[in-house]
Every structure is written in C-alpha cells, then in structure tokens.
Write a protein that binds this ligand. Structure first.
Ligand SMILES: Cc1cc2nc3c(=O)[nH]c(=O)nc-3n(C[C@H](O)[C@H](O)[C@H](O)COP(=O)(O)OP(=O)(O)OC[C@H]3O[C@@H](n4cnc5c(N)ncnc54)[C@H](O)[C@@H]3O)c2cc1C
Ligand code: FES
Ligand code: FES
Length: 487
C-alpha cells in the first residue's frame, strides 16, 4: 500500500485566520477551542448535547479540490480533528468592516436579539440561510426560516421577532461568506497538504485521518480498537456526558471514494461519508417518502454534520432511518483487509447495540435497491414534539399493491424493543389481503400482541402499543389518498 506523507497537526481557518492545532488541543470540542484557545467567546455552550444551537458556527470544507458551501453545525459536540482544511466562521466573523451585517442589522431592527446565550447561534443560523439563499438566488420565506431555526432553541420571549427579522433580510445587501473568507492564497496552502494522512497524538490519545480507503483498512487492521468517528453527533454527545471517551479514533471524512452518491436502475448508493442533509436532498426524487421523513430528523446543524452510515451503525432502536431502510431491503457494505461483504440490514442487528460487524471492518456505504412498479411506502416518526426530538415510536411499511390487493408487504417498527424490528407475522397477514381499512385495523390490533415496548421518559408502554396500532390505520388512510387501488 502506498503511504501518503504524514502530518501531525490540523490546519483550519477561523474567521479568515489560519490555525494549526496539535496535541491535546486537537481532541477538544470545536466550541471549547474557539472559546478558550482562539479567544472567541461569542460562541456559547449551553446544553453541550447538540440540542439548543447556542454553539452554532458556519463551516466550509476544502475537499477534493473544491470548497463546499458554508453550512451550520453545532460546535459543542464536534471534536476539532474533524475540521482539517475547513474554513470556520463564528459570530465574531459576521460583521463587515466593524459594521453589523445584514442579518445582524435586521435582528436589531426587528428586536430579534434576545438573550446573550441563544442570539449568537440564531444569528449564525440565519446567516447560513442568507448565504445559501443568496447563492441559489431564492428568497428567504418564513417557512425556510422556521425550518432553518429548528436547531436553535429560545426559552424566553419566542420566535416572532426572529422570524420577522429573517423575512426582512435584504439579500442584495448580503456579501457571500465565500467571497469574504475563501481566499485563493489559503486554497493553495490547503491544496498542497490535502493528500497528507493525519496522525495526531495527545496524552494517551491518538487519531488517524487517512485520505485513501486502503490506508484506512490497513489502520483498522493494525489497530482494531480505533473507534470510527463520522460526524460525531452520536459519539460527541456520549463523550461530553463522560459515558465514552474518544481517545483512539479513525476519521474517514477525507476519503473521496466514501463520498460517492449514485443512482442506477438497480438502486441508490449512499457512500458512508454522506451527510444526512445530502442524503435528504439526494433521495427527494427517487424516494420522496424517505426525504419527507428526513425533514423531521434532528435539526439542520445535526444533519449537516451527521451521516446516514452513522445512524445505521449506531443502531439505536429509535434510529429514525432504520425502519425505513429495513423495509426497503437496504444493505450495509463492509470492508476490511480480509475483503468486502454486503450484509442485508434485516440480519445486521443482533441485539441491543450488537451488530454483524467485525472490529476491523469499515462501512463504505449503504445500498438501497429499487422497489419497482406498484410499490408504495409510508414512514412515520412519532415524538413528543415535531422538530428536534427523539422518537417514541417509528413505523415503516413498503407494500406492493395491485387491483386492490396487497401482493407483498414489508413492515418495521422502532422504539418498541431493543432493536428496530421487521414484523414477519404481520407481513404474512397482509400479503394476499384486500387493501382495505379492515385489513389494516386488524393487523394494527394484532401487533399489540407481538411487541413488548417499555415505559421510559419519552412514553409509557401502553402509549407505544396504542401508537403502533394506530399507525397501521394512518398508513392505510395516507396510502388510500395516494393510491388508485383505494376501494
Ligand atoms: C441534537 C441531536 C438530535 C438528533 N436527532 C436525531 C433524530 O431525529 N433521529 C435519529 O435517528 N438520530 C438523531 N440523532 C442521532 C445522530 O445525529 C444520528 O444517529 C446520526 O446519523 C449519527 O451520525 P454520525 O455521522 O454523527 O455518527 P457518529 O457519532 O460519528 O458515529 C455513530 C456510530 O457509528 C459508527 N460509525 C460511523 N461511521 C462508520 C463507518 N463508516 N464504519 C463503521 N462504523 C461507523 C461509529 O463508530 C459510532 O459507533 C440526534 C443527535 C443529536 C445530538
Ligand atoms: S451548546 Fe447546545 S447545541 Fe451546542
Ligand atoms: S433568546 Fe435565549 S432564551 Fe430566548
């Protein structure tokens, strides 16, 4: 295997100033580095769990010879070693030549600036929205602003003034962040070091960030204890809570071949580096129901940073993508020094957080086979509030329906046991049955005897049973509205 030359530090810019980070500092959450090492305390840390948005910053990434657009993310949970060759803009970098920028001015004019904890994050989120709308030449609507602010919590006076500020932003007065912060000279510096493998060490800590898959495979073979970190939106929270320490780490976010997104007649390939935002946009045409589900997944900040592979490999019983992927017969593609294999998701989950995964294996991507003619899907997430909440129950159904008859059925539920489950008995009952309200009401009743949900902070066992039953009815009603097979 050809070894690329090694580097012992992370290179990034913060508000246009270059920083090189090494040793223990490189293991800090980005927010801590900003506040205590880069002396930029405008970025606040409130929850330290990715939930409130106070720590929102904007990030563009130099990857494969080009800059990504600036996207928002939560700096409290993301370790700084994920930001090699990135340009970061914090709230301190938004003002233009000592003058408030257009977003800040409108926040002042419409009294959107409220408490000092949330406001910097809100301003960064709205600046991200202004930047993308000005790039795409589309207006800022209230709907877009609401969606963009789902990851920014205000616990005091409410969102009305913030939304008023957002819809009054004049994009003609907006200077694109790329124009201000992505300079050619910096690009040339980053380009020269972009093929270096990073090997960082701190006190009893190490992180590798290779640029090729063979190198990553060889590192995982040599050090199987290395924990793969993709977006760290699951792992970063555990780390901050002291439940798990990210001390021996393999980062895959610089490997170009893991970024592949491909649509063929056979299906969709989602490379393991694909962010949840890119996944949501990619499936919009071929799997609109999946894209709709992703709209109520987490927040823009989390989706810009977290990956689909991370959701699948985290394997939570309430992982929102998993029931849908199970009914779509998705496959997890794994590779190691011994070779590559593809595991049907239906046999990947063995027990709570126990998977068909060897310590030296890396997930390279997820494959979603094409469903074909006359298949319909419904994916639901039920949580205490609509946005940015953990599911109580998740439901997925893929049904082949012809002439008012169900020819094939795949059904899955999440949040009702230690793993997400397919329901073979229900699938058997549905197959060959009439596509009717009675059919769905009957299987809904039957499902209560097949699952044993627990009571926890989010929901009681009885609530989960009732929701699971009712979701079959909801599935029928929604499919009926869309289907020519409706009696
Ligand atoms: C505020 C907040 C809101 C959230 N909301 C939701 C939600 O609505 N729905 C939901 O389902 N989840 C939610 N999550 C959880 C999380 O964002 C998702 O599970 C996300 O998809 C994880 O992706 P990641 O890239 O950040 O994974 P990471 O945290 O980097 O990794 C997760 C796991 O996957 C493994 N892994 C990652 N990539 C690979 C690979 N290539 N090969 C082998 N193993 C790998 C890691 O080792 C780790 O065990 C939320 C999290 C937060 C903090
Ligand atoms: S501090 Fe709350 S999301 Fe980061
Ligand atoms: S702006 Fe901070 S609580 Fe409302």
């Amino acid at each position: 295997m050809a070894q690329s030359s090694k580097r012992k530090q992370i290179h990034l810019t913060i508000n246009g100033v270059e920083h090189q980070v090494h040793g223990d500092e490189a293991f800090l959450p980005l927010a801590q580095f900003l506040r205590y090492h880069a002396h930029l305390p405008g970025t606040k840390v409130v929850c330290a769990e990715g939930d409130c948005g106070a720590c929102t910053v904007l990030v563009a990434r130099w990857n494969e010879n080009e800059w990504s657009s600036f996207q928002t993310l939560n700096s409290c949970i993301a370790p700084i070693y994920l930001f090699d060759l990135c340009a970061i803009v914090t709230v301190e970098g938004l003002a233009e030549e000592e003058e408030l920028n257009e977003v800040q001015s409108k926040m002042r004019e419409f009294h959107g600036g409220q408490c000092g904890y949330c406001t910097p994050g809100m301003v960064c989120s709205l600046s991200g929205l202004a930047d993308s709308c000005s790039q795409n030449n589309t207006p800022i609507t209230e709907k877009k602003a609401r969606n963009h602010l789902t990851g920014n919590l205000c616990r005091c006076t409410g969102y009305e003034p913030i939304l008023n500020s957002a819809v009054n932003i004049d994009l003609k007065k907006w200077t694109p962040l790329a124009q201000r912060y992505l300079k050619k000279t910096q690009q040339e510096i980053f380009q020269k070091i972009s093929t270096n493998t990073i090997h960082l060490e701190g006190s009893q800590k190490m992180v590798f960030s290779p640029v090729s898959l063979p190198e990553a495979i060889s590192l995982k073979q040599q050090y199987p204890q290395l924990r793969i970190v993709s977006g760290a939106t699951d792992l970063g929270v555990l780390h901050n809570k002291g439940k798990f320490f990210l001390d021996h780490v393999l980062v895959l976010n610089r490997i170009a071949e893991l970024a592949k997104l491909e649509s063929t007649p056979q299906g969709l390939w989602i490379g393991s580096r694909t962010s949840l935002t890119d996944f949501e946009n990619f499936v919009e045409k071929e799997q609109p129901e999946l894209s709709r589900l992703m709209r109520i997944f987490a927040s823009p900040q989390i989706k810009n940073q977290g990956t689909l592979a991370g959701n699948v490999l985290n394997g939570s019983p309430i992982g929102d993508s998993i029931p849908a992927l199970l009914t779509l017969n998705a496959e997890v593609h794994l590779t190691s020094a011994k070779g590559s294999r593809s595991v049907p998701l239906t046999s990947f989950y063995k027990a709570y957080k126990s998977f068909d995964l060897q310590p030296d294996e890396i997930c390279t991507g997820i494959f979603i086979p094409t469903l074909g003619k006359n298949w319909m899907t419904k994916f639901f997430k039920v949580s205490l509030r609509k946005d940015l909440d953990i599911s109580a129950v998740t439901f997925a159904a893929a049904l082949k329906i012809e002439n008012q008859k169900i020819l094939e059925a795949r059904v899955a539920l999440g949040g009702v046991g230690p793993t997400v489950i397919r329901l073979p008995e229900i699938e058997k009952d549905l197959t060959g049955s009439l596509f009717s309200e009675d059919t769905f009401k009957n299987v809904g009743k039957k499902v209560r005897s097949l699952i044993k949900p627990i009571s926890d902070l989010r929901a009681s066992d009885e609530y989960r049973l009732t929701v699971a039953e009712n979701l079959f009815h909801k599935c029928y009603i929604e499919l009926c509205q869309e289907s020519a097979s409706c009696p």
